[in-house]
Design a protein around this ligand. Structure first.
Ligand SMILES: Cc1cc2nc3c(=O)[nH]c(=O)nc-3n(C[C@H](O)[C@H](O)[C@H](O)COP(=O)(O)O)c2cc1C
Length: 261
């Protein structure tokens, strides 16, 4: 038996929440934890295998109320025969809409038994003024408490099959919004440390010149902006700036994690 934490997390908030839950579950079950970070490694040649005794904790950020399109094929290729799973969506304080439901449905269709789900909040990718610094200690405390509840449920279920859990969301799912085909810009403070290019989940930033990026590959995850030690990367596209302003004006009130178990 192994707890397998699989997550996609360009700006690391989904990673923090998923790993906090997973560490708690593995520790309480006194079993090993496998950290499967698919932020850069999401080609379907690397799909992990699951035994019936394993536990999958899948953590994804919410993009336009859905799971990120770039990770869709990978998630659809996760397969099991009765492995228990937990779904975790991390969103930027606006809404998670149908993302958590989408995750539950894909995993249930692929032979997992989804026994719990959680929607958590992370600092918004487009602005550091919405959900600033989240997940914070209170969020991590809730993530650990969620881990405790998961273990309690697993102990109660034993080897029995369970009914699928109810999760908030609608089907047909929300249509994905269309973002402009642009990349973040770079100012003169860039020192070519290459952190952005090395961490870019899609390889959109040139390894020869980190000021150059391919708009066909860029998914606007904002990893490069958040990771840059010199604050040299920024969004200067009008639509993205307008979106950030709309979020700051309308979605600054703190939202709390929601648990489905
Ligand atoms: C393209 C894109 C679309 C997003 N859409 C939403 C959304 O619909 N609702 C929301 O609350 N946050 C949205 N966010 C914000 C992220 O869900 C949030 O910042 C999350 O914490 C990022 O996860 P990560 O740190 O694991 O990359 C979006 C971010 C990006 C890059």
């Amino acid at each position: 038996m192994e707890v397998k934490a699989v997550y996609f997390s360009p700006t690391r908030t989904s990673e923090k929440i998923t790993m906090t839950i997973a560490r708690k579950v593995a520790m309480k079950l006194k079993t090993s934890l496998k950290d499967i970070n698919i932020t850069k490694n999401h080609d379907i040649g690397r799909i992990p295998e699951f035994s019936k005794e394993d536990i999958l904790i899948l953590g994804l950020p919410v993009y336009s109320g859905r799971i990120p399109e770039i990770i869709e094929e990978y998630v659809h290729n996760l397969n099991a025969d009765g492995t228990k799973a937990i779904v975790v969506a991390v969103y930027g304080n606006r809404d998670y809409d149908d993302a958590l439901l989408e995750m539950r449905n894909i995993l249930n269709e692929n032979g997992f038994e989804v026994i719990a789900g959680g929607a958590f909040i992370g600092e918004h990718s487009f602005t550091d003024k919405v959900a600033t610094g989240r997940p914070d200690e209170k969020d991590l405390e809730e993530a650990r408490a969620f881990g405790d509840s998961i273990v309690m449920k697993l102990e109660n279920i034993g080897d029995n099959q369970v009914d699928s859990i109810d999760i908030k969301g609608n089907y047909p799912y929300k249509e994905r919004g269309v973002l402009p085909h642009v990349t973040p810009s770079t100012n003169d403070d860039c020192t070519e440390c290459m952190d952005c290019a090395e961490e870019c989940p899609t390889g959109a930033i040139s390894m020869d010149n980190p000021r150059e990026a391919d708009p066909k590959k860029c998914i606007l995850c904002c990893e490069c902006i958040k990771i840059c030690p010199e604050d040299a990367k920024f969004n200067d596209n009008e639509k993205i700036i307008g979106l950030a302003k709309m979020l700051e004006d309308n979605f600054s009130q703190r939202r709390d994690p929601e648990i489905f178990i």
